[in-house]
Design a protein around this ligand. Structure first.
Ligand SMILES: Cc1cc2nc3c(=O)[nH]c(=O)nc-3n(C[C@H](O)[C@H](O)[C@H](O)COP(=O)(O)OP(=O)(O)OC[C@H]3O[C@@H](n4cnc5c(N)ncnc54)[C@H](O)[C@@H]3O)c2cc1C
Length: 410
C-alpha cells in the first residue's frame, strides 16, 4: 500500500471511530479509558500498552484527525512525554502494567528527579543513595531543580546503588512514590517571580520499583534526556465545550502552572515585529538588521526540526540532532531578547500594570537564561555535537574506570 493510501485509510478509520465513541459530555477519565483501550491516544506505542504500533508518520495523521475533531488526548507534561516512553523502553512488564495506563488516563502525575546540587551537567556524579533492604530500597540524599515535584505523585529517580564501580555503572533508576513521610519537597522562588522548581530531600524514603536492573540506570537516564531535549511546549487550548473539555482545561491549567513563563523563556520571537511597529522602531536600520538575524536563525532551526521529525517518522530514535535543536532554541531566545531590548530600551526593564505588554517584555529578559540551562546546558550540547556528530575526540574524563568512592565530585 502506498504512503498516501495508508494515510487515507488511517484517517478514515479514526473518523469513523470518533463518530461512534466521542461524546463531549463524558467525564475526562472515562473518555481517556476509551482512548487508551482503542490505542488511538498513543498510536505509535505498542498495542498492549495503549497504542496501535503505528509508525511515526501515521501517528501524526492520527494526531491531525484528533485535532480536527477537537478531542482531548492523554495528559500533557513529563509523564507522557518523558516517563512513559522510558518505561516502555526500559522497565519490566510488571512496572508497565502498574504505571502506563494511569499515566495515559492522567490518574497519576510525574516529576523528574535527576539533578542534584553537585550533579547537573555531570549527572553521573550524583550522590543520592539507595540501599537495598529486604524487598524494598531506602533512599537518602537531595535533588534540586525538580520541576513540578510539589504536586507530582511519582518521581523518575536516579540514585547511586554501588560506590565500588565506576560512576556510570553504580547508578540505578527507580520509580519513587512522592507522597510518603521520607520525601520533603521545598519550592524555590526564581528571579522572574515564578516558582517552578523544588528542592527534594529524601530521608529513608521507600521504593519497591527499580526500572531495568540495579546498576543499569545510566542507559535509562540517557533515554530520558533524549526525550527531554525534544519536550514540546504546550500547544494552545481550543475553544471547546462539554464536560470532558472542561476537565481537560482545568487539568492542563494546573499542569502548565510551573511552565507559565516558558513562552518568555523562549524569547517570544513572535512579539518582535509587532513591538517594533508599535514602538515606531521598525524603520531603524540596526533593529531591522537584528530582526533579520533572528528570522534567519528561526527558519534554519525550523528546517532542522523538520529534518529530525522526518527521521523519527522513519523509525529512528531521538539522537544527537536533539542537541542541535536545543542549542538553536537557546540562540533564538537570546537573539529575540536582544532585539526586544533594542526596541524597548530602558522601558523594557519595567514590570507591573503600566509596563510594556503588562511586564511580558521585562519577563523575557529575566527568563531567557533558563533555556541555556534546562535539559542540558549550551556547553554540554556543544560537546555532544562535537563528539557524536562531528566525530571530534571525546572530552577527557579522569573518573572513568575508577571506583566512584575514590572520585572527587561536587
Ligand atoms: C527551567 C529548568 C527546568 C529544570 N527541570 C529539571 C527537572 O525537572 N528535573 C531535574 O532533575 N533537573 C531539572 N533542571 C536542571 C537542569 O538539568 C540542570 O540545571 C542542568 O543540567 C545544569 O546543571 P547545573 O545547574 O548543576 O549546572 P552545572 O553543571 O554546575 O554547570 C555550571 C556551568 O558550567 C558549565 N559546565 C559544566 N560542565 C561542563 C563541561 N564538561 N564542559 C563545559 N562546560 C561545562 C555549564 O555549561 C554551566 O555553564 C532544570 C533546569 C532548568 C533551568
Amino acid at each position: 500500500m502506498s504512503k498516501a493510501d495508508a494515510s487515507a485509510r488511517i484517517r478514515a478509520e479514526v473518523k469513523q471511530w470518533l463518530a461512534g465513541e466521542w461524546d463531549p459530555e463524558l467525564p475526562l477519565a472515562q473518555w481517556r479509558e476509551v482512548l487508551a483501550d482503542s490505542g488511538w491516544g498513543c498510536p505509535t506505542w505498542p498495542v498492549q500498552w495503549c497504542g496501535r504500533g503505528l509508525p511515526g508518520a501515521l501517528g501524526r495523521v492520527v494526531a491531525e484527525e484528533m485535532k480536527r475533531a477537537v478531542v482531548p488526548g492523554p495528559p500533557e507534561g513529563v509523564g507522557m512525554m518523558l516517563v512513559a516512553p522510558v518505561l516502555l523502553e526500559h522497565s519490566s512488564e510488571e512496572l508497565k502494567q502498574r504505571y502506563i495506563l494511569p499515566t495515559v488516563t492522567g490518574e497519576i502525575t510525574w516529576c523528574q528527579l535527576f539533578s542534584e546540587p553537585g550533579a547537573g551537567s555531570d549527572l553521573a556524579g550524583l550522590q543520592s543513595r539507595a540501599v537495598a533492604d529486604r524487598d524494598h530500597w531506602r533512599i537518602s540524599g537531595q535533588k534540586v531543580w525538580s520541576t513540578g515535584a510539589a504536586t507530582a505523585d511519582f518521581g523518575l529517580l536516579l540514585a547511586r546503588t554501588d560506590w565500588d564501580v565506576s560512576k556510570h555503572q553504580g547508578i540505578t533508576a527507580f520509580v519513587l512514590p512522592m507522597r510518603q513521610p521520607g520525601v520533603l519537597v521545598r519550592p524555590l522562588r526564581q528571579m522572574n517571580g515564578h516558582s517552578s522548581f523544588n528542592e527534594v530531600f529524601f530521608d529513608a524514603a521507600i521504593t519497591h520499583h527499580v526500572i531495568g536492573e540495579p546498576g543499569g540506570g545510566w542507559p535509562v537516564a540517557r533515554a530520558a534526556l533524549a526525550h527531554e531535549r525534544r519536550l514540546a511546549s504546550f500547544p494552545p487550548l481550543p475553544d471547546a465545550s462539554g464536560r470532558a473539555w472542561r476537565e481537560a482545561i482545568a487539568e492542563r491549567t494546573a499542569v502548565a502552572e510551573p511552565h507559565k513563563w516558558y513562552p518568555q523563556r523562549a524569547g517570544r520571537p513572535d512579539l518582535v515585529i509587532p513591538q517594533a511597529r508599535a514602538l515606531g522602531r521598525a524603520g531603524d536600520r540596526v533593529v531591522r538588521q537584528e530582526i533579520a538575524k533572528l528570522i534567519e536563525l528561526s527558519w534554519s532551526a525550523r528546517w532542522m526540526a523538520e529534518r529530525a521529525a522526518a527521521a523519527r517518522a522513519a523509525g529512528q530514535r531521538p539522537g544527537p540532532e536533539g542537541s542541535l535543536g536545543k542549542l538553536a532554541s537557546s540562540k533564538i531566545a537570546k537573539q529575540a531578547a536582544r532585539v526586544h531590548t533594542l526596541i524597548a530600551g530602558t522601558a523594557g526593564l519595567l514590570a507591573g500594570p503600566e509596563s510594556l505588554l503588562d511586564g511580558t517584555i521585562a519577563e523575557i529578559g529575566i527568563s531567557v537564561p533558563a533555556i541555556s540551562i534546562a535539559g542540558g546546558t549550551d556547553e554540554i550540547q556543544r560537546s555532544i555535537i562535537a563528539e557524536r556528530i562531528l566525530g571530534l575526540p571525546r572530552e577527557p574524563d579522569i573518573s572513568v574506570g575508577i571506583p566512584f568512592r575514590d572520585v572527587r565530585v561536587g
